[in-house]
Design a binder for this molecule. Structure first.
Ligand SMILES: [Mg+2]
Length: 212
């Protein structure tokens, strides 16, 4: 295991095309995307979004899990992850979402052992409970501090590549040693003249990695 070179992946919108939480909210939450939109506008934190939305869900765990079967990884992601594993890279997923669905989707795609930094969900008789293990009061609008997790690796001497797509990834900007971005995050980096590698899918990114 080469611990000195670490690749961290955001999950929703980076390894997948869809936002899993939004799929759950759309299908099962009485409030729909109300709190997700408020989060997107920067009005509420991730923890507020998750707890407020899940408070309006009555579906069982099994019903919720039927949605994961429709979630696929974006083109090239399977090959990219497999190459990282074959090359003995240290890889991990760093997400503001829930470990529960990330683990399920990655396992189904053939990657059951990948380390996941994300929030916990517990299916209790009186409703959903959560744990926010990677919360940092310095970034109160996020549930998982991506900057904090990157710095933990860097303190151990690792060179950290972060790969992301969205607003939950802005904490990695200026902190990761190398940043790869698609969609919203790529535009965000471009507007701020931040050095980054733009990619659309992982075939694309694999070619760019080969050039380095
Ligand atoms: Mg994302």
């Amino acid at each position: 295991m080469t611990a000195s070179y670490v690749i961290l992946f955001d999950f929703d919108g980076t390894l997948t095309e869809s936002e899993t939480m939004d799929l759950i909210y759309n299908r099962f939450a009485a409030c729909g995307l109300k709190y997700s939109r408020q989060w997107s506008q920067g009005k509420i934190s991730t923890i507020q979004e998750i707890t407020s939305t899940f408070a309006t869900i009555t579906a069982s765990r099994e019903e919720l899990e039927t949605l994961f079967e429709k979630t696929t990884l974006i083109p090239g992601a399977v090959e990219f992850l497999q190459r990282c594993i074959d090359e003995d890279r240290h890889i991990a997923v760093v997400s503001d979402g829930l470990r529960w669905y990330i683990d399920s989707i990655l396992s189904r795609a053939g990657f059951p052992g990948i380390r996941i930094y994300a929030n916990g969900i517990y299916f209790e008789p009186d409703g959903f409970k959560f744990s926010f293990t990677w919360y940092d009061p310095d970034t109160p609008m996020r549930s998982s501090s991506k900057a904090g997790i990157i710095r933990r690796y860097q303190r151990r001497g690792s060179f950290v590549t972060f790969i992301g797509n969205g607003k939950s990834d802005t904490g990695a900007v200026g902190v990761a040693d190398r940043l790869c971005a698609r969609d919203w995050l790529a535009d965000y980096c471009e507007e701020r003249a931040v050095e980054f590698v733009r990619f659309n899918n992982f075939y694309d990114l694999m070619e760019k990695f080969q050039q380095h």
